[in-house]
Design a protein around this ligand. Sequence first.
Ligand SMILES: Nc1ncnc2c1ncn2[C@@H]1O[C@H](COP(=O)(O)OP(=O)(O)OP(=O)(O)O)[C@@H](O)[C@H]1O
Ligand SMILES: [Mg+2]
Length: 230
Amino acid sequence: MSEPIVEIDSLSKDYQTGEITVRALTGVDLQIEKGNFVVILGPSGSGKTTLLNLIGGIDAHTSGSIRVNTRELTKLTEKQLTEFRKEDVGFIFQFYNLIPTLTAVENVELAARLRFPRRIAYERSMKMLKTVEMDDKALKFPSQLSGGEQQRVAIARALVKEPKIVLADEPTGNLDTETGERILKEMLRICKEEGTTFLIVTHNVTISKLADYIIYLKDGQIFGTSKGQS
Ligand SMILES: Nc1ncnc2c1ncn2[C@@H]1O[C@H](COP(=O)(O)OP(=O)(O)OP(=O)(O)O)[C@@H](O)[C@H]1O
Ligand SMILES: [Mg+2]
């Protein structure tokens, strides 16, 4: 049951901007078990997004090691890394990155098609839009949706592939508290029913309490973990 899905050792990440090096993560050690619902907390600039990007294989680390679902990311070829991102990871970005020329359902379908044939992809996409209460706006373009609605489409897009791990960066930051909590609870249900691992940056206190555990980041370091209260 307590099989690790993320194993991180002495992970560091530097960003180089001209002459200046910013150390975004320093010596992070972390282990996350399969099927856990984990919340990451920390002030702005503490390295939360950087950590998610490294675990999701969309940015390269500076030193240390990251193993996700038994794959050592730092040793994968570009092609293997692409496969990993396509199949294993569902990413919900801090800024939703929907494709403006596709409707809501087409945005979700694009992700679903990575895993499923056309008709099943469509059905799953509509079902997932219903889960995030957006099925009635499936045919709208992102520009016709509010920020919170776009965010919900982005959530559906990440979940529709049934990824092994969902990395979510403030996924409900643009939603009112009530809608945000309803959707986070839906994620918690998927986590517990499907055994999907969730790693979520959120300041929502109610959800932090429901998490299996909370990781606190500060100045690029983990300075504590605590159990949720559930
Ligand atoms: N592409 C980049 N180039 C240079 N520096 C960067 C880059 N991305 C992040 N940083 C720096 O790395 C540090 C960590 O940034 P990160 O985005 O991980 O923080 P965060 O915890 O997600 O903050 P927020 O809550 O504001 O989203 C910050 O000092 C930031 O300025
Ligand atoms: Mg961030």
